[in-house]
Design a protein around this ligand. Structure first.
Ligand SMILES: [Cu+2]
Length: 471
């Protein structure tokens, strides 16, 4: 319990009239401020947004068992709405601009209060393209085990950054079919080496970014976190980029992946881990001997990279180039297929299986679900209590990180191959591939289901999962 003196006094005063105060209300709200600020990137000032916690830094951290009791103060100069990505609130607190839950005007505060779930999460604007301008921040919820463990926690959140206005970037993509100029800042894609040496003609990166950031810094001036040799470190990695998949590269260090999207998995050991847009990875590692160790995040299909440095006390930290020697492979499902949930769904047959066809037209730059585009989706209707299976088949040449709001789902098949996969909230569906997910319909409401590539979402790739009877 964290009660400020003022709130304790206020609580005492009202307690006389109202009797016992429910715990949900006794906890003082944490203040989260949506701001507009200037960040220096590559030596130049950039106007960006921000989601600043009570300490004035981006993001929020909750203690074990602490409710998500937050007052969002919109001071960003525009209307906004913030989504608590991966958390499981009731739908009207989810931070999605439904007609019933419109965006918050500038200068207005809104309070949220729901039971949190522990793990590595994040929050981002769901209004227009504000996410591209860094209206995104970590949301870390500790649990008793992670708090008790003798580990040092390091949060690592990546962004992709452009000095251009995101509307201009999107307009450049949608004009691509016209070929009438506007080609700058775009990448026409091309042939890329997939894993296993197979050539795939998938397109990887739509936007040529000016920088890739880790905790809002480039490798020219990276975050340097001092750690003790032999100390266990828990890296909480968040891909907050709007249109970029990365490979995490621990270099000579070997790590143990223990959770994805805030949900525990059976540990997987490795030095390189793919992470799609909006996904999270929790990795335990130890620095073998004293020294400085970079943790890189390299852009798929490119040499560009970002990262931070873990260094023991007094270790010399050398400069690291923001490009690697060799371009990274396309992010694929090589990791996904080897994951299995620590707490899988109960064994149960599906009550409803919904096919979802992921389609796209690169030339028109229109992205669709079951042939329809937001805001005119083919609504997926479900009923409370059902075991729901969604069978996603990608018929386009780009991969799509698909995110369902309000539920954690389990990955139960890849390319028709059934398995007992990870529980998570965002899964990549590769070009011409298929991924089947299952979840229990235990959170009534209207829920967004969309590609987390911001440019795909803004070009139509979003639908709604709606419970029968909800209005
Ligand atoms: Cu997509």
């Amino acid at each position: 319990m964290r009660l400020s003196r003022r709130n304790v006094l206020a609580g005492t005063a009202t307690a006389g009239f109202l009797g016992a105060i429910p715990q949900a209300q006794a906890q003082a709200d944490k203040l989260l401020t949506a701001t507009s600020r200037v960040l220096e990137v590559n030596g130049k000032p950039a106007k960006v947004f921000g989601l600043m916690g009570p300490d004035g830094k981006p993001g929020l951290t909750l203690s074990p068992g602490e409710r998500f009791a937050v007052t969002l103060n919109n001071q960003c100069g525009k209307e906004t709405i913030v989504h608590w990505h991966g958390q499981l609130p009731d739908w009207k607190q989810d931070g999605f601009p439904w007609p019933q839950t419109p965006a918050i005007a500038n200068g207005v505060k809104k309070s949220y209060n729901f039971a949190s779930i522990p793990g590595t999460f994040w929050m981002h604007s769901h209004q227009g393209m504000q996410e591209q301008q860094l209206m995104a921040a970590p949301l870390i919820v500790h649990d008793a085990a992670s708090n008790a463990a003798d580990t040092q926690e390091v949060v690592m959140m990546m962004h992709d950054f452009s000095f251009k206005d995101p509307d201009e970037l999107l307009a450049g993509l949608t004009k691509k079919g016209g070929m009438s100029g506007g080609m700058s800042g775009m990448n026409m894609g091309g042939m890329n080496m997939g894993s296993g040496g197979m050539m795939s003609a998938g397109d990887l990166n739509d936007i040529n970014y000016d920088a890739y950031l880790t905790n809002e810094r480039t490798l020219a001036d990276p975050q340097i976190t001092r750690v003790a040799a032999g100390q266990t470190i828990r890296l909480r990695i968040i891909n907050g980029a709007s249109s970029t998949n990365f490979w995490i590269d621990l270099g000579a260090v070997s790590g143990q992946l223990i959770a994805v999207d805030g949900h525990d998995v059976k540990p997987v050991t490795g030095s390189q881990f793919p992470i799609a847009m909006a996904q999270r990875l929790d990795i335990l590692l130890k620095l073998p001997v004293a020294g400085a160790y970079p943790v890189f995040a390299q852009v798929e299909g490119k040499t560009a990279r970002t990262g931070l440095i873990l260094a023991t006390a007094n270790a010399n930290v050398s400069k690291h180039e923001d490009t690697a020697v060799v371009a990274a492979n396309a992010v694929d499902l090589s990791l996904e297929t080897s994951l299995s949930a620590a707490k899988p769904l109960s064994l149960r047959d599906a009550d409803i299986t919904i096919p979802l066809r992921l389609g796209g037209d690169m030339n028109q730059y229109v992205w669709s679900l079951n042939g329809n585009t937001w805001p005119n989706p083919d609504v997926l209707m479900i009923k409370a209590g059902q075991r729901v299976v969604i069978d996603m088949t990608n018929r386009s040449m780009m991969s799509h990180p698909m995110h369902l709001h309000g539920h954690a789902f389990q990955v139960v098949a890849i390319n028709g191959q059934a398995f007992n996969g990870a529980v998570r909230d965002t899964v990549l569906v590769p070009p011409m591939g298929s991924v089947r997910i299952a979840f229990d319909a235990d959170n009534q409401g209207r829920w967004a289901l969309h590609c987390h590539n911001l440019y795909h979402m803004m070009s139509g790739m979003m639908t709604e999962v709606r419970y029968a009877g909800v209005v």
